[in-house]
Design a protein around this ligand. Structure first.
Ligand SMILES: Nc1cc(-c2ccc3cc[nH]c3c2)n[nH]1
Length: 252
């Protein structure tokens, strides 16, 4: 997967050099390219923002700069094998559609993602209009709170998507067991996890996990996931299909 990120703070993405995403880059599973938006400015101050039409607080990011940057990055990034290829453009914003595990799975199928994290009060809306007619443009929110810019959201999205790519997670089962992953544990929060020692400061590991009885262990884990989901995120249980609910109810 090719990932292009255009930002006025490319140094914000240093964390993408470490851990799972960093290793995926070393292996070539992820090809992440960072671009400094100011490289497309033409004034001595490298200005990327201006006052908002209609007044109001803050500044808005200029459309011309973004337009030249996106055009250049799309042109540079086109694979020789497929000159018509275009990226899926992802714009983090508090007003976007929620970024969920389902959206992460959808993005993980894409060969090319282009992230355009904004700062200030956002990007002139004509940029989304311009590219919405040429690319698939997704405005996404990573949560109902307001950040100072889109870069942290890009880090979240790239990690959530990157870990889904083939070979990135050491144990392929981990993705299948994710909270919100399709399948038996779909839409359930992870249950508690334990490792050695069997007793730590008087806290014992649940006996069932030491039993070696895999069927009972799987059942215990699912029941714990149900209990935790019911306690912390009861609204998620409404998403469960009736089979899953019946299967749980039959046991309790
Ligand atoms: N989910 C979420 C996204 C954002 C966000 C995204 C871009 C910008 C640009 C300036 N402030 C921003 C905030 N906040 N919260």
């Amino acid at each position: 997967m090719r990932v292009d990120i255009i930002s006025i703070f490319p140094e914000y993405f240093a964390p993408l050099d470490v851990s799972l995403v960093g290793k995926a880059r070393e292996r070539g599973t992820l090809d992440i390219r960072l671009h400094q938006l100011r490289d497309w400015t033409r004034d001595v101050h490298k200005t990327v923002d201006d006052t908002p039409y209609g007044g109001g607080p803050g500044m808005v990011m200029k459309p011309e700069i973004w337009g030249e940057a996106i055009d250049a990055v799309v042109e540079q990034g086109r694979p020789e094998a497929d000159p018509a290829a275009l990226p899926r453009m992802i714009v983090p914003t508090p007003s976007g559609r929620p970024f969920t595990q389902e959206v992460a799975l959808d993005y993980a199928k894409e060969p090319w993602l282009l992230f355009t994290p904004a700062r200030y009060e956002g990007i002139d809306s004509r940029v989304m209009a311009e590219y919405g007619s040429r690319l698939r443009v997704d405005e996404v929110s990573i949560g109902d709170y307001v950040l100072a810019g889109g870069e942290a959201a890009v880090l979240v999205i790239v990690e959530a998507v990157g870990r889904l790519l083939p070979g990135v997670l050491g144990n392929a089962c981990s993705v299948a067991d994710d909270s919100f992953a399709p399948g038996a544990m779909a839409n359930l929060l992870e249950g508690p996890v334990y490792t050695k020692p069997p007793v730590w400061r008087g806290h014992e590991v649940p006996e069932i996990l030491l039993s070696g009885h895999h069927g009972k262990i799987a059942r215990w884990r699912r029941d714990e996931a149900f209990r935790r989901t019911s306690d912390k995120r009861p609204e998620l249980l409404a998403r469960l299909d009736s089979d899953a609910l019946d299967a749980h109810d039959r046991r309790v």
